[in-house]
Design a protein. Sequence first.
Length: 296
Amino acid sequence: MLRPVVVGLDGSRESLAAADWAAREALRRGLPLRLVHAYEGLAPEASDLPELEAPRSWAAGILRGAMDRVNERYPQLRLSADQISRPATDALVKAGEEAELLVLGSRALSRFGGFMAGSVALATVARATRSVVLVRAGQSSEDDRLPDAEGRSSAHAPYREVVVGVDTAHPCEEVLGFAFESAALRNAPLRVVHTWQPPGLLGTADAEAEVIVRRTAEQALAAATGPWREKFPTVPVCDVVQSGRPVPQLLRSAKDAGLLVVGRENRPGGLGVHTGPVAHAVMHHVRCPVAIVPHA
């Protein structure tokens, strides 16, 4: 049985943008789309009490409106919807386990000048065992593609590049696999970003050591991406190996990207919300959709 693309809905502009993005991704992958709305206060069955029936009606309206919207825009898509009476994070994590991909809306700019991922999105990403994509409000199909020669949006223009951040010191097969597949599905170029830290030496020895560290980083990245280049020979790949911290480089690289892919170390049984510093930073500050891929 095919795993669906699953999108979590809460009636917000962000979740509707996520539903649109998820619909396009489901079509690219040839998969069905499942819409999910979860609310802990839903009564298990219809009730004559207004205070119990109102949340059910409100939740049903969210799903009905989203289904009508998706059906109208993507009539060829196989679509289903579920209303779940349990805490949102628990429901989304469970739905994500049964999905090829889980898509969530992510809030717009905050008054501090950064994006807010939202507590449910953060908690879900931290616990998800499969890949999660966060989508901003206002994201549309036009944002997936480059502008034409006159700077206008065009449905026939090439897709924007996919950017992936890679740390060769940790397992990155799942991250690279997701990034290469996403680029291939879009017939888009892939930019692979890897950063390294300069050695803490002085003088001539410092310059010599820096050359060695850089060369080692380049070789490690080439070894990591080599098998994936062979598996996806049609994907144009650009390796970016830079010294410094990963977050600033990823933010620069993703400025005009169509999708940013980063990894998150899976920590089953850990206490609290753990997304990792890189994933946490890009979730809050990158404007394009962000895919967070868990790995061992």
